[in-house]
Design a protein around this ligand. Structure first.
Ligand SMILES: NC(=O)c1ccc[n+]([C@@H]2O[C@H](COP(=O)([O-])OP(=O)(O)OC[C@H]3O[C@@H](n4cnc5c(N)ncnc54)[C@H](O)[C@@H]3O)[C@@H](O)[C@H]2O)c1
Length: 259
């Protein structure tokens, strides 16, 4: 689906990849932009810069996403492209038991990295299906394909987000719904600055602008999987062809990593 002429909604738009998605959507001629994030200057400034409607709120609040879509559509018209981009890296650990982060951290990762995608899809899909057209751009991660050695919270929830994206693509492709799963490795954002795990940087750190452009290229091409870092497809092929060998190579990689 072309971005030009569409209303585009983006979560996590106050910084990083979300802010870059907002600029890229504007550059490609989006008809309207609905930007959301936690309240703060990041959201206000990107909304002012791109002439967008800013709606602040916490995605963990079950009432927030339905209200976001309702208010956004009342102001700007039906959402054509919904970008579930907000995410959290909570639960990254440098040593110790990988599942050690407490239940509240697991719940946070689940709610932000997965449940917010579920809720956004529930809010936009009925209208999109009724119109016979729409696209979901889900910012996931290469950790959803390959597992980040330093974070079970992140890897497990990003795998779940990918499973969700596949489910929607399979169930609703024939209803005119496209899905793009954007799965980068390291991207130069505030989130990466908080993550010490060197695996996220091993194949180079891309800019948020490059990744956002590739994400919308994927949307416009109707592509399901977008892997901005070139090596990710090779790792996937290795994993699919020899799962045991892939686990062993990841164990060896983890053992070599700084602790
Ligand atoms: N930076 C990387 O290396 C990298 C790599 C792969 C995937 N990703 C994914 O890209 C997406 C964007 O992350 P980023 O790198 O731009 O980092 P970021 O920290 O700049 O952006 C994440 C945004 O999500 C928002 N957010 C978090 N919890 C929220 C909540 N409860 N309610 C509303 N908003 C909330 C934050 O306020 C923030 O603006 C995330 O899904 C992340 O997992 C990032």
């Amino acid at each position: 689906m072309k971005v030009a002429g569409e209303v585009v909604l983006i979560t996590g738009a106050g910084g990083g990849i979300g802010r870059a998605l907002a600029r890229e959507a504007r550059r490609r001629g989006a008809a309207g932009l609905i930007l959301s994030d936690l309240p703060g200057p990041g959201l206000e400034s990107i909304a002012a810069e791109t002439g967008a409607l800013a709606i602040a709120g916490d995605l963990r609040d079950p009432d927030f996403i339905p209200a976001l879509v309702q208010q956004g559509e009342a102001a700007l018209g039906p959402v054509g492209i919904a970008c579930a981009n907000a995410g959290t890296a909570a639960g990254w650990i440098e040593k110790g038991i990988i599942t050690a982060p407490g239940d509240e951290i697991w719940a946070l990762a689940w709610e932000v990295n997965v449940l917010s995608h579920v809720r956004l899809s529930r809010a936009v899909l009925p209208g999109m299906i009724a119109r016979g057209r729409g696209h979901l751009l889900q910012t996931i991660s290469a950790a959803g394909l390959l597992t980040a050695p330093g974070a079970a919270t992140y890897s497990a929830t990003k795998h779940a987000a990918l499973g969700l994206a596949e489910s929607i693509a399979i169930a609703h492709g024939k209803d005119g719904i496209g899905v793009t799963a954007l799965c980068p490795q390291g991207v130069d954002t505030a989130m990466l600055a908080d993550v010490k795990d060197e695996a996220t940087r091993a194949d180079g750190v891309m800019s948020a602008e490059e990744v956002a452009a590739l994400g919308f290229d994927g949307v416009e091409a109707g592509q399901f999987l977008v892997t901005p870092h070139e090596r990710v497809r090779r790792y996937m092929t290795k994993k699919a062809g020899d799962y045991e060998g892939w686990i062993i190579s990841m164990q060896e990689y983890k053992a070599r990593m700084r602790r």
